[in-house]
Design a protein around this ligand. Structure first.
Ligand code: SF4
Ligand code: SF4
Length: 438
């Protein structure tokens, strides 16, 4: 085990609140209906490959795209397609989706078999066929991330930081499926000729670090690095800096500094696919918040409606005031319980008055705390002012697009300014302007 290389600038110390960390994961039964969206990743949406009335099987490809930045979508259940329609996702995206009435048999597609992995090319093909995307919440297709063309990374960084309060699904993956994580890391190192891997984990997850250290001890290419707990150290650029001391340039990629970053659950999912041929059809999710009684981590098939999870975990409609997809810092509020879960959803938090801070937003008092907290060296108070005034030239000048939406500035703000919300609106304005100007 080695110590961290650099301390990140800014950032905040958050309450731990990981009450589900020592509860073993459970399996949620397959619901009667699932709805599987064709847009579950960053990049081009998939085209629907099935129609109403079709019989589908577990692991069958039901959506795909010819675009490079995309990932296939598989059926998570066996049953019959009863409808194809448009659906709203937690992040506001409207996606084509396939509604399947499950038959309760969970029959696996007969053609499914272990992928042939003998060289870099068919390894990357296997990563794509798995349908793997960043399971830490980013949703970037893994085969695109790992395809660094002629540039061989100096190291693979495995992100086991999980720095948001409440979320413990990566930690449970380490405790329950640590062997698969190490297998996944070895697969990536072997097939992409990467000489070194660092697993970054914070010092509030000591048993996880010890477990990984023990499992990795026979392979001297893999080091576990214990980082001092600080939010948002799990953000890609922050983690690269903490582990290597290298700074990804503005607008650049991790490979520009010789690194590739993968989430720890993504690595484990890849290992399982290579062992079984079963693609990404379910995931471990943290279900927490005062609004439900049965908190914990659950293996849930993709496409399950939030309302079914809420019911299964004994949710209280009266008490629940807000549903967050993701953590309290970067999560997004679900519009209603009728949304299906997708690959990116690592947590659902059913928040009550006790969980939420209802202090009203007030005027900025220019205390400067948000500037000190910003790990990207930005001026959140200034960006907030220009975002609200829709002053796009100024937003560009003050590097809004460099904001990683970590929420550290909002967290420390005594005036409870809705900073991140205004930055998301500002970024949308800049994107629209870019499209308009070609
Ligand atoms: S922390 Fe809040 S109140 Fe203080 S300067 Fe920043 S926006 Fe203003
Ligand atoms: S301005 Fe963006 S990057 Fe900086 S603290 Fe706020 S949300 Fe995080």
């Amino acid at each position: 085990m080695i110590k961290q290389f650099k301390n990140i600038k800014g950032g905040v110390i958050l309450p731990h609140k990981k009450d589900t960390s020592e509860i073993s994961s459970k399996i949620m039964p397959v619901p009667e209906l699932v709805e599987i969206p064709m847009q579950q990743h960053i990049g081009a949406p998939c085209e629907t490959l099935v129609k109403k009335g079709d019989q589908v099987y577990v692991g069958q490809i039901i959506g795909d795209s010819k675009q490079f930045v995309s990932a296939p979508i598989h059926s998570s259940v066996s049953g019959q397609v009863i409808e194809t329609r448009k659906t709203m996702l937690f992040n506001g995206t409207v996606s084509e989706s396939v509604v399947i009435k499950t038959d309760g048999l969970q029959t696996i597609l007969p053609e499914i078999s272990k992928p042939d992995i003998s060289n870099k090319e068919n390894f990357l093909k296997a990563v794509r066929n798995c349908g793997l995307t960043g399971l830490g919440g980013a949703g970037f297709p893994a085969h695109v991330k790992l395809n660094t063309k002629d540039r061989i990374p100096e190291c693979l960084i495995v992100n086991a930081v999980e720095c948001e309060p409440y979320i413990t699904c990566d930690y449970r993956a380490i405790i329950e499926d640590g062997e698969e994580i190490i297998k996944g890391i070895k697969l990536i190192l072997d097939n992409l000729a990467i000489p070194k891997a660092y697993i970054g984990i914070e010092d509030n997850k000591c048993s996880g670090a010890e477990k990984l250290e023990k499992l990795a001890s026979e392979d001297d290419r893999i080091d576990v690095v214990v980082l001092k707990t600080k939010y948002p150290q799990g953000a890609e650029k922050m983690l690269i800096y903490a582990l290597t001391g290298k700074k990804v340039p503005m607008g650049g990629l991790p490979i520009d500094v010789g690194t590739v970053v993968m989430n720890v659950t993504s690595v484990q999912t890849l290992a399982r696919y290579c062992e079984t041929g079963i693609p990404l059809i379910s995931r471990r999710m943290t279900i927490d918040g005062e609004g439900i009684r049965e908190r914990g981590n659950y293996h849930i098939v993709l496409g399950t409606y939030i309302k079914d999870i809420f019911e299964f975990c004994k949710g209280d409609k009266e008490k629940t005031l807000k549903i967050l997809c993701g953590g309290p810092m970067m999560g997004m509020a679900a519009k209603d319980l009728d949304m299906p879960v997708i690959k990116q959803n690592n947590a659902l938090l059913f928040m009550t008055q006790k969980d939420l801070d209802f202090i009203e937003e007030s005027a900025c008092i220019r205390c400067g705390r948000c500037i000190d907290a910003c790990p990207m060296g930005l001026m959140p108070l200034t960006l907030n002012k220009y975002a609200l005034a829709k002053m796009t030239e100024e937003l560009v000048k003050y590097n809004l697009m460099n904001c990683i939406e970590c929420g550290a500035c909002s967290y420390v703000c005594p005036a409870k300014r809705h900073l991140v919300q205004s930055f998301r609106i500002g970024k949308e304005l800049l994107k629209k302007e870019k499209v308009k100007n070609g």
